[in-house]
Design a protein around this ligand. Structure first.
Ligand SMILES: Nc1ncnc2c1ncn2[C@@H]1O[C@H](COP(=O)(O)OP(=O)(O)OP(=O)(O)O)[C@@H](O)[C@H]1O
Length: 472
């Protein structure tokens, strides 16, 4: 029983973020195991419900693997583990002076990904966390832990510039790019540096969804004065995934006032979004034009070498040395984003530890079986041809035809480029699949589109949309 729990927690520690592990798994206590039934105690109802909904199936799978038999896992409440403490009530919280975050008694579990505290703070804990909570900066997300490559070097340079001269150089600074490419990481890195340089600065990181919730709360409590006072008096506002404001006019209006006040006072604003300002749907034009009034920088999906560097660095920070061939194998197969790479690495480490085997390509194939088969299934040249043809409204047959009008030739070149980027096929193989074309034709297409992509934001955006569609 004890042995099982040690193995199981070691495994989960690898699979989860440190915050998740210490918030949800560490407080659990295994009670007993009998006739295929395992009982695990959670310290309170909140944790019990969350663990049940999020981790029960994983713990059950690990238990079944350990005992090599189907196991029923029961989660029970064990209040003696942690006597109930008084939760902060609204009157003891700072809801009025600090919207949501610090004021809300219970943090939404979704905030785990943003690095916000995951447990509802109580009593002294609450008081101790206040300073950190008010900025919500995740101290792990720094420039040092951010790997740079072609895909993000411009964004990083702009971030460093702004961190060195907040409110002066580019205001607002607007980062856009697909999911899991490091936008959140980069804005926390700026926040961390400014906090270190100016410990008294009033900095606030907030996810746009939380900002929307704050507006709703202010509305319900008739607390807009406090809301305005708080946001308008910040020294730096970092707002993540602003596309969530789309279609929410009251939120946009409040944000507009905050934006104007902060910019006028030369306070730095940094914004991230999954797309560039003009493409955000349901966003007021006056906000769009303001978003674009400082510096707008894209973060691209990482190239192969950068993916390898990220894997090596992340493995090293877990105390594991990954061989180059393993890192290249993973990086070649998982191309979409850094979050996916991190998840894959966690799986590999957990798998190798659980089975007591060194990490090799075979172990990686086993550990990532599901992930790799999904990738292989999704991205075939045929799939790319169909997706690109649909996107440009041409016939799939035009992908193989000899016709060369521009409205067909360009989508065909784009499809060839994507085939090279997203599949393992060689240039001659791709040529063959595009109506028996020579490999030099494919090479020309790949180079041309790669070049266009760096020069033409419109083209880059099209490719971005296509890549996201293909990766599902
Ligand atoms: N260049 C990088 N170097 C090191 N780690 C990175 C890099 N880019 C991203 N990461 C890591 O990948 C994970 C996802 O990154 P992040 O949350 O910043 O993505 P995002 O672009 O904000 O995505 P979303 O749009 O989904 O919010 C994080 O754990 C982050 O630390």
């Amino acid at each position: 029983m004890e042995n099982f729990w040690q193995t199981c927690s070691a495994q989960l520690e690898l699979e989860l973020t440190p915050q998740q592990f210490s918030a949800w798994i560490k407080p659990l206590v295994p009670l007993d195991y009998e006739n295929g039934k395992l009982r695990i105690a959670a310290p309170n109802r909140f944790k019990l419900d969350w663990v049940k909904s999020q981790f029960a199936s994983r713990i059950t799978a690990l238990a079944s693997q350990y005992w090599e038999a189907p196991i029923e896992v029961q989660f029970v409440l064990n209040p003696s583990l942690n006597p109930p403490r008084a939760r902060p009530t609204e009157s003891t919280s700072t809801a009025a002076s600090v919207p949501n975050g610090a004021g809300a008694p219970a943090m939404h579990p979704a905030d785990v990904r943003t690095g916000d505290p995951v447990t509802p703070p109580a009593g002294n804990e609450y008081a101790n966390q206040r300073g950190r909570e008010q900025s919500r900066i995740n101290t792990d997300l720094t420039f040092e832990s951010f790997v740079t490559g072609k895909a993000n070097q411009l964004a990083r340079a702009a971030a460093i510039q702004v961190a060195n001269n907040p409110g002066v150089s580019y205001n607002p600074l607007f980062f856009y790019g697909g999911v899991g490419l490091g936008k959140t990481h980069l804005i926390h890195a700026i926040g961390n540096q400014v906090m270190a340089d100016q410990p008294g600065a009033r900095i606030r990181y907030i996810h746009a969804e939380q900002y929307v919730r704050d507006v709703v709360t202010a509305y319900q409590r008739k607390g807009f004065d406090d809301f305005k006072h708080y946001y308008h008096s910040l020294d730096m506002l970092l707002i993540d995934d602003i596309q969530f404001f789309g279609g929410k006019s009251r939120t946009q209006e409040e944000f507009f006032y905050a934006f104007e006040a902060l910019i006028a006072a030369k306070k730095q604003i940094i914004i991230t979004s999954d797309t560039y300002p003009k493409e955000i749907t349901g966003m007021d034009d006056r906000l769009i034009s303001r978003f674009d009034s400082g510096l707008t920088v894209a973060i691209e999906p990482p190239e192969l070498e950068m993916r390898v560097a990220i894997l090596l660095k992340k493995a090293k920070s877990e105390g594991v040395t990954l061989s180059d061939d393993v890192a290249f194998f993973v990086a070649k197969h998982l191309r979409s984003n850094v979050r996916e790479l991190e998840g894959a690495l966690r799986k590999i480490l957990a798998y190798s530890r659980f089975h007591g085997k060194d990490i090799s390509i075979d172990i990686v194939k086993e550990a990532l079986k599901d992930l790799l088969s999904v990738q292989n299934r999704q991205i075939s040249v045929e799939n790319i041809q169909k997706t690109v043809a649909d996107f440009f409204n041409i016939k799939v047959a035009d992908m193989y035809s000899k016709r060369r009008p521009a409205n067909i030739a360009r989508p065909r070149q784009i499809a060839m480029y994507l085939a090279k980027e997203l599949t393992q096929k060689s240039l001659p193989e791709i040529g063959e699949l595009f109506g028996g074309r020579d490999h030099t034709t494919v090479l020309h297409a790949v180079r041309k589109i790669a070049q266009d992509r760096t020069k033409n934001p419109e083209c880059n955006h099209e490719l971005h949309v296509l890549e996201q569609t293909l990766k599902g």
